[in-house]
Design a protein around this ligand. Sequence first.
Ligand SMILES: C[S@@+](CC[C@H](N)C(=O)[O-])C[C@H]1O[C@@H](n2cnc3c(N)ncnc32)[C@H](O)[C@@H]1O
Length: 208
Amino acid sequence: MKIIVCGCGPGSPDYLTLAVHREVAGAAVLVGAQRLLDLFPLTDAEKIPVGADIEGILIIIENRWQRQQVVVLVTGDPGISSLAQPVIKRFGRDACFLIPGISSVQVAFARLGLDWTDAKIIDAHGKNPEYDLDDSGKVKKLAILGGRQEASAWVQSCCRRWGDDYRLFCCENLSLPGERISEVTPEDLDDSALSSLTVFLLIRRDCL
Ligand SMILES: C[S@@+](CC[C@H](N)C(=O)[O-])C[C@H]1O[C@@H](n2cnc3c(N)ncnc32)[C@H](O)[C@@H]1O
């Protein structure tokens, strides 16, 4: 038996794949953030909500996965800043099977109608990124996982460093009620209460 890690998309049930529905139908135990567990009201599986205590969740998985089908639900795609890596690190790559999902980053680029082959993705969701802002000459498109005040401050410093060659977009609550895509200035971020589900796109002007 393998631990199945399912990418559940940006939040709307419309963005859940059939592959994920199939895995959830076969699950004995579902592990994930409450809002992801809520996407599957009809399942008989035991639901275990994930909070801040990642080590606690890994211990729960450790006690179950060899005798019960454990399915771990993550937001978006498992390959972008998700619980997938701690799970793989603990149990090994061979013990895990990942089902991709639609990332919030993909949705953000789709909303602007942009190709993202040349994009760089930065995670500022949990802590400020260690990213060399002097790299900017090489980057045309930057997607930043935000959603907390410190992330917005980091984005502001990035914009100030890179100057007027870039345009900044806030993509909030993608696929969910209250979805909002807005172009902002760095100053706008001073007093804006952004959603905890926000992707910033910083796009070089000549790409738009
Ligand atoms: C832990 S990361 C997970 C990223 C996820 N694996 C993905 O591929 O989208 C959480 C961050 O994803 C972004 N995010 C997730 N869902 C979102 C949504 N519906 N709208 C906007 N941003 C979202 C936010 O930046 C949030 O802080």
